[in-house]
Design a protein around this ligand. Structure first.
Ligand SMILES: Cc1ncc(COP(=O)(O)O)c(C=O)c1O
Length: 458
């Protein structure tokens, strides 16, 4: 029936696709039900290019369809989002939500920022991907900005946070081999901390503290010791053993529950690493690039790392990761030691330049500091008196509200009332990571909704 609604060209397109599917099935023996499904899908796709409204499926149909075709790794919230502007998201039924999640601290400029869209469309028209066999302008232009604005001398690009940490793991091991040319067993071990989250691939997973993320996939990378976050003595003792290639630490822990390091802790790690020849790696994948009101979160602590890993907000919603390193680390790395087909492609780097140029502006960073202080203040004033709230913490626009019960009922009630928020830690912490462009009025409205919904915790 769909073909009745489509133009002649599209009808030809449709018939062609059906023919191709049938042809393929003859040779590859596709199961008949799969063939039917494929024919149905090609028809649906064709309908999408007709003049019909684009949203053909209902909320329920999308969720049901997903259950059949997506690997079940995500316990998704039952919302089907279709568009967004600024700090507002819209679902398939046209319902509006204030977004205090930013796609888990990714959409720093909100949704559909005009300069970001311009940069992406311009670059998409010019050149999207060529691989790292060739030089491209956006990659070097972005790297120069990152180097000029940080402790780092060099950048390695990748495609996600976990990959940035995998790069840091490999660079740390290679650095130790390079620094101990005559030692057949140079330091290869790592320190990570309680409540840490560094990613889901086997190396980064080995550094991630939550046991239930790791145990189903063991053996993960060996040689990781977890120490209590903030325990200076334990860290100093283990680092001085001489076995540690690198210490991985988030200056502010995001997934773990918005726990902030202290200056003393990070300084002591820096000193101990320098003494022992270990590398200090700051994972700023969630807390970096303006979220704290500082360009880099570690600026708040006055301590610099040897490697800093970045990802989430860097390209404003396109997949990117980066490991920023000093010249000392770079000197240990040779051609072929690491690489990635997609990494640092022109499209994603052009997007990242648009993001970086906005966020690195001191006026922009000052607005994050101001709005972050405002958010914490209104959360304290409006919600702080509730008996379920144990602590309100964080700084800049990364704020955690620790509860004495699960935060899920509150998250659900807020969503029903048009507000999207996240949890963290063991699910008992509300995590607020709005787009960095959020206004005081939007924050007021969001906190009012949370206040109106608090009763569900009783
Ligand atoms: C601090 C930190 N490191 C690493 C990661 C992993 O990033 P990705 O999901 O892009 O692999 C995350 C993701 O939440 C994170 O918050």
């Amino acid at each position: 029936m769909n073909s009745l609604h489509i133009s002649n060209n599209n009808l030809i397109h449709h018939n062609l696709k059906t023919t191709i599917t049938t042809h393929v099935s003859k040779h590859h023996k596709i199961h008949p039900t799969k063939l039917n499904l494929k024919a149905q899908l090609t028809t649906d796709t064709t309908t999408l290019v007709s003049s019909e409204p684009k949203t053909k499926r209902t909320h329920e149909e999308v969720i049901e369809a997903e259950k059949k075709v997506i690997v079940g790794t995500y316990g998704r919230t039952p919302v089907v989002l279709t568009s967004g502007k600024g700090c507002i998201l819209y679902d398939i039924n046209g319902r509006e939500y204030i977004d205090l999640t930013s796609g888990i601290a990714v959409n720093a400029l909100g949704h559909g920022d005009a300069d970001w869209v311009q940069a992406v469309t311009h670059q998409a028209n010019l050149l999207a991907h060529v691989s790292n066999i060739y030089h491209t302008l956006p990659q070097v232009n972005l790297a120069e900005r990152l180097v000029a604005s940080s402790f780092a001398d060099r950048v390695f690009f990748c495609n996600s946070g976990t990959e940035a940490n995998e790069a840091a793991i490999k660079f740390a091991r290679k650095f130790q081999r390079h620094s101990h040319p005559n030692n057949p067993s140079p330091p290869t071990e790592f320190i990570s901390f309680t409540n840490s989250f560094h990613g889901r691939t086997i190396g980064a997973l080995a550094l991630t503290s939550k046991e239930h993320y790791r145990t189903p996939f063991e053996p993960v990378m060996p040689g990781v010791t977890f120490l209590p976050y903030g325990d200076i003595d334990a860290a100093q003792e283990l680092i001085s053993s001489g076995k540690i290639a690198a210490v991985f630490v988030e200056p502010i822990q995001g997934e773990g529950g918005i726990y902030s390091a202290t200056k003393e802790f990070l300084k002591s790690l820096r000193i101990a690493c320098d003494k022992a020849g270990s590398l200090l790696v700051f994972d700023e994948i969630q807390c970096g690039l303006g979220r704290t009101g500082y360009l880099w979160a570690h600026e708040a602590f006055g301590v610099t790392p040897d490697i800093m890993t970045l990802a989430k907000p860097l390209a404003g919603g396109l997949p990117i990761g980066a490991a920023l390193v000093t010249e000392r680390v770079n000197a240990a790395i040779n051609y072929g030691d690491h690489g990635s087909t997609f990494a640092g492609g022109p499209l994603v780097c052009a997007a990242a330049i648009a993001v970086f140029d906005k966020i690195s502006n001191p006026t922009f960073l000052a607005s994050v500091t101001k709005n972050g202080a405002y958010l914490k203040d209104i959360v304290k004033k409006k919600l702080g008196g509730n008996s379920h709230i144990k602590e309100i913490r964080g700084f800049g626009l990364i704020v955690g509200i620790e509860l004495d019960v699960s935060a899920s009922p509150l998250v659900d009630a807020c969503r029903e009332s048009g507000l999207l928020i996240l949890t963290a830690g063991k699910g008992d912490i509300v995590r607020l990571v709005p787009p960095l462009i959020i206004s005081e009025q939007e924050l007021d409205r969001a906190v009012d909704i949370m206040y109106e919904c608090l009763h569900v915790l009783d």
